[in-house]
Design a protein around this ligand. Sequence first.
Ligand code: FAD
Length: 486
Amino acid sequence: MSAFDFDLVFIGGGPGGYVAAIRARQLGLRVAVVEKEKVGGVCLNIGCIPSKALIDRASKFNALHELAEYSVKVDLSAFDYSGVQAFSRKAADKLSKGVEFLLKKNEVETIAGTARLTGAHELSIALNAGGERRIKSLAIVIATGSRPREVPGFEFDERRVLSSTGALMLKKLPRRLAILGAGAIGMEFAFIMNAFGVEVTVVEMLERILPMEDSAAASVAGKAFERRGVKFLVGTKAFSLDRGSSDGSPLVLSLGPAASAVPDTKLEADAVLVSIGRSPNTGGLGLEEIGVRLDRSFVEVGDYYETAASGIYAIGDIVKGEPQLAHVASAQGEIVAERVASLLYKQSTVSESHASLPHRRVDLGLIPSAVYCEPQVAGFGLREEALKASGVKCNSASFPFRGVGKAVAIDEAEGFVKILTDPATGAILSAFAVGPEATELIHELLLAKSSELLPQDIYSMIHAHPTLSEAVKEASLAVEGRAIHT
Ligand code: FAD
C-alpha cells in the first residue's frame, strides 16, 4: 500500500491543471485536482472563451452594418448589450461544466478548496465547504495561473477602472473607453467595444501596437482598427488617473511620451481597461519554504518543469520565461504527466505501454500565437527583426489575401501570409499571418515546421479552391518566387 494518497496532485484546475490531470489518468496515475473557484481556470471562465464569445458577437454586429449597403434596414434601437454579455457567460459556464464532467469521467478527484504546500509531498487544503483536508502526493504540480497586473494609481474598482475580468462582466458599456496596453487582450477588447459603438482609445508605451507580433501584420491590423474609429496613442505612457468626485464624473488620464518623466496631455474617458500583463499567483502557497525558487514571483523550472524542489513541478502562467497562453499551459502539463508516469513506470506502478519518455520542455519556436480581432493576427517562431538581431540569415516571402479568390469573395482580402526560411536549407524558420481566419491557417505552416517539411511539401499538396488555405499554398510558392496569383 502506497504511503501517498495520490501519485499526482494539481493545485489549480485551469487548462494547465485539468488537461494534465486527464492525461495523467490516461497513463494510469492516481490523480487529484484542487481548485478554489471553477475548473477551467481563467481560460474557460474569465479569459479565452468568454472573450471569444464576445468577439464573435462583435463580428456579427459589425456585419449587420454591412447589410446597409444593400438597403437592408436594421433597427438597433432596442439593442441591449447585456444579452451579448449573458451569451458569453453561458458559453463559459457550459465549458466549465464540460470540464467538470470530463474530470469525473476520467476519475480525477476534484477537491474544492485552496491548497498550500506544507512539505515536499504534503498539501493542506482549506475546503470551500469548511474545514481542512491534508493529503500526501508523490508529485505535486503548481498550476495556479495568473491575475491581471495592476498599475499604481490605476487600481481596479471593476466598475470604471477595469481589469479584463471586469470588462468581461460589464452589462452596460461605457461611452468612452481608454485601454492601457495594445497586446492581444487590449486589442481584442478594443475590437469588441468598438463594434458595439464605444469610443475606444488605446494607449501603448511601446512604439507600436501588438509588440509581440510581426510588425507588418500589426500594422495591417492597426490600420483596419483605425478605419473603424479606434484611436491609438503609441509611445505613450499613462502617468496618473483622476477619478473625479463621483462615479458620474469623467475619468481623466494624464498622458505623456513614454520617454518623458512628466505628462503633457489629458484624455477623458468613462472607463479604463488596464491590460498590461498578468502577475503569477505564487503567493501564500508555501513555495519558497519548501525550496521552490522564484524570480519576480515567477517559478523557475528545469527539465520537465520540475522546480528546484524535487517532485514539485510548475506549469502554466506561473512559469518563468514561457508565454502565458492556455495551449502552452496544457502542453507543459502533459509533459509533466508523462514524466511522472515514466518515473513511476521505472518503479513498475504503471503499464509499460505508457512509458515512452516525454519531451523535456515545450519548444518555444513551435508555439502558435493568436489574436482574434479582425483582421486576425497569428504566427510562430522568431520575428524577422529578432532573427536578424540574433545574426540568423533568413529569406522572407509573403502572399497577400487580395490574390486569394475566397478572400475577395467574402470581402476580407486584407492581410497576408508570410514565411521566413533558412536561405541555406530552405527550412521554415517562422511564419506569420494577418487576415481572415489567420489563427486557423497558421497551423498548416506550424505542422510543416514541426514535421520538418519544406515549403515545397506544402505547395505540392492540392489545396481546395476556393479556400483561404490557398494563401498558405501561394506563400509557399512565393518562397521560390513562383506564386501564381500575384
Ligand atoms: P489559470 O487558467 O489561471 O488557472 C489557475 C487555476 O488555479 C484557477 O482556476 C485558480 O482558481 C486556481 N487556483 C489558484 N490558486 C489556487 C490555490 N491555492 N488552490 C486551489 N486553486 C487555486 N490564452 C490563449 O491561449 N488564447 C487566448 O485566446 C487567450 N485569451 C485570453 C483572454 C483573456 C481576457 C485573458 C485574461 C486570458 C487569455 N488567455 C488566452 C490566457 C489564458 O487564459 C491563460 O494563459 C491560461 O488560463 C493559463 O492557464 P493556467 O492553467 O496556468 O492557469
